[in-house]
Design a binder for this molecule. Structure first.
Ligand code: SF4
Ligand code: SF4
Length: 386
């Protein structure tokens, strides 16, 4: 149990309403922690990502996965039948209506057979979606996805024209994506649509104008994801946010959520920001479900938690064993051994039970001394021993 934080919530013996509020907060934190422990033990699958390809039609400066514009990884990609076999197997164990099947890349729309896999998933009862840079999402492709039962769609747009085109290293990309968004808003056949924006030093200052732009287009929701150091977006890319810029982002999101009713603004799971910020920047507390409720089948058949985690956390391959066998027998590093897997300074941190090291994608298996701690970045670690 997080002695420090829950006791803090209960401390300060004030009377009346304040005391009741503190008690209620402490109770809800305890329930939250218990619930996480239950999910870790039961690992009920809720999100299954399929990284259909590593190929991409762009070479974005901030890409965390080092996708490739060439075909060198094509031979390693799973065939539709292989992923369908896993989907059918999983549907015999879990209720597919409780699982979101998300097809990602690289750029997933490079593969025309994802529509066939999506239709198969929908037929089994999964809700399925894609995350795309939208460059290939013309009216014809949209019609095909629609006919295949697509239910969620996330489009990447990383700021206003100058910033988006600079980050994507492609002039005209912003206009193209904007046209797609207009089409999607006019024809809402899906159940959920949002824009994902990667926040870097390049676009942090224009986020207010960017959100105005999206709201004017009729976008219902935007999710902000701070750039993190992996792939091309390494520490020397000049794109990383400073501590001050992280604070700027948190403040912007908190105020937008408080003041706007025309668009929902959230921060992605992306780590833990402490009690001051958590309730103001998203709907619930930070929770990284990587390896407990979230799994990925990678382009080459590898299995891991969330697709953003280091490839060194791969648990095996569907080329050798079925997904469910690996899901049940593996993933100790994501579940019971999570703390031992986390960076060194998380081992003695008072925030552990709420934070659990932030996001698993921030763990560096090659160097446990590296900590990507949100609280440290914004200088709010306080008296914690971590
Ligand atoms: S040291 Fe680790 S557990 Fe503590 S707040 Fe930072 S990331 Fe979370
Ligand atoms: S690893 Fe990171 S991106 Fe993936 S679920 Fe956890 S917090 Fe979210």
């Amino acid at each position: 149990m997080t002695d420090g934080l829950i006791d803090l919530a209960r401390a300060d013996t004030v009377s009346g309403e304040d005391a009741e509020r503190r008690e209620a907060l402490a109770d809800s934190l305890e329930r939250f922690i218990e619930n996480k422990a239950r999910l870790s033990a039961e690992h009920p699958l809720r999100y299954l990502f399929w990284e259909s390809t590593l190929r991409c039609n762009l070479a974005c400066r901030h890409c965390g996965s080092d996708c490739l514009r060439d075909n060198s990884t094509r031979d390693r990609e799973l065939a539709p039948e292989a992923i369908k076999h896993q989907l059918a197997d999983i549907a015999r164990r879990y209720d597919p209506r409780s699982i979101t099947f998300a097809i990602i890349g690289g750029e997933p729309l490079i593969r025309t057979d994802i529509d066939e896999v999506g239709a198969f998933a929908a037929g089994l009862g999964y809700s399925w979606g894609v995350t795309t840079n939208a460059m290939l999402l013309d009216a014809r492709r949209l019609a095909s996805l629609k006919a295949s039962g697509l239910s969620t769609i996330a489009v990447s747009l990383d700021g206003l024209e100058e910033e988006h085109d600079a980050l994507r290293q492609h002039k005209g990309a912003f206009r193209k994506v904007s046209e797609v968004i207009v089409r999607l808003v006019a024809d809402p056949f899906y159940h959920a649509f949002d824009v994902i924006c990667c926040v870097s030093s390049l676009n942090i200052d224009s986020l207010p104008a960017f959100v105005d732009y999206l709201a004017d287009l009729g976008v219902p929701q935007v999710r902000f994801t701070p750039v993190f150091s992996r792939g091309r977006a390494g520490r020397k890319s000049g794109l990383m946010l400073s501590g001050e810029q992280y604070r700027q982002l948190l403040t912007f999101i908190a105020l937008s959520r408080q003041r706007r009713d025309d668009i929902i603004v959230t921060l992605s799971e992306e780590g833990y920001w402490g009690p001051t910020w958590e309730c103001r920047i998203r709907d619930g507390m930070h929770y990284c479900g990587s390896g407990t409720v979230i799994a990925s089948i990678l382009h080459d058949g590898g299995i891991t938690g969330c697709p953003s985690v280091s490839r060194r956390f791969t648990e095996g391959s569907v080329r050798d064993k079925d997904f469910l066998e690996l899901w049940d027998a593996g993933f100790g590093r994501f579940r019971q051994d999570r703390r031992a897997t986390a960076p060194d300074s998380c081992q003695v941190c008072d925030h552990w039970d709420l934070c659990e090291g932030g996001g698993f994608h921030l763990f560096d298996p090659e160097d446990p001394a590296i900590v990507n701690c949100g609280l440290r970045k914004i200088g709010e670690m306080g008296e914690c021993h971590g």
